[in-house]
Ligand binder design. Sequence first.
Ligand SMILES: *Cc1c(COP(=O)(O)O)cnc(C)c1O
Length: 423
Amino acid sequence: MSNNPKPQATPSQEAASAPKAVSSRESNSSLETALAPALEARKQAHLYRRRRTLSSAQGALVTVDGEQLVNFCSNDYLGLANHPSIVTAFKNAADHYGVGSGASHLVSGHSLEHHALEDELAVFMGRDRALLFSTGYMANLGTINALVGKGDAVFEDKLNHASLLDGGLLSGARFQRFLHNDLADLDKKLARSDGDRKLVVVDGVFSMDGDLAPLPELSELAQKHNAWLMMDDAHGFGCLGASGSGSAEHFALSQQQLPIVMGTLGKGAGSFGAFVAGSEVLIETLVQQARPYIYTTAMPPAVAAATRASLQVIQEEAWRREHLQQLIQQFRTGATQLGLQLMPSPTAIQPVVFGDAATTLTVSELLRAQGFWVGAIRPPTVPQGTSRLRITLSAAHSAGQVAGLLAALEGVVKSLPELTPTS
Ligand SMILES: *Cc1c(COP(=O)(O)O)cnc(C)c1O
């Protein structure tokens, strides 16, 4: 970073050289004139997004804008966001530590709760060390940017999460996307690369499709080309693997085979934040160099304490993963009987593709009228022409609620035969 002071105009110089008589009201209206057309275009294309307001805790049943709905669009896959022992841990820690952490980790914000959570995450993940980040978005930006830069090359699956793509684009490394889960395409691109360092980055469970990355094959390919493999397990952590530690456990991949694992704590774990797990040298490099780690306030200690309680529940209440698997099977069997086109997803994320954004919105509104809340996912979150319902199942759901959703879907699809989905 350069410390060169930029020559600054004094207020009187600015006043003398500024164009005359631009009132603040006029400059605001020019801001609005510049911005408004893009908003209008989004509305016309059925891509405008609106926030709905919850006045209840997260769970299978939520109150949204005053209406009670069965919630099939959260990432609270294990139903832990409002789990009593996790809430109690949060309250007790708040009594002890207060609310704010007060500083970044490297200044004075690193508490015993953060430190203990990192140690527990490392053991749970079967890695040497783990490092907490305030969010998954920041973990991805920070990790990719600490590992590669100019002269290096980064290879990302086309369907990777936006935070991974942004991290790769920001890094200054040569950025290449390979076709979704296409090992031959990646092999070709790696072979042609002359990057000093090569980093391959994938989602473990793809967030909008629900399918898994072929991690064992990716690991071999990366080793063959002397590349490093990084896996974002936002949707696998808590859900996959016998003990719930995610995709690495599901495929039994060691630290040597899968050296960089990132996980988020705001989805399956029902809390907030994220971590990266790996070798001592990897983690110490992130502590020293990951800017989104260094230049941000540490998460509240009570959040870390709540996450520690969540790690316990994830390991002790294996029935949550089993129940979730049963609901996934129930949904897939029922939806197939209705003639709905499903995607090859073995996870809690069960998309139903309708293609066109307006149709997808209509279907989600018809479901809402029957008491079911399902997200309509449209571009740019998913590619053009692949708008979909993103149905997410949770261990908090009952079999009856899933049966209710299937019955409502049947009604909607029958009432609008032209909506019969295609994939
Ligand atoms: C949600 C998500 C993130 C971001 O995590 P946050 O903690 O919500 O910032 C990163 N990667 C993937 C694949 C995600 O789904």
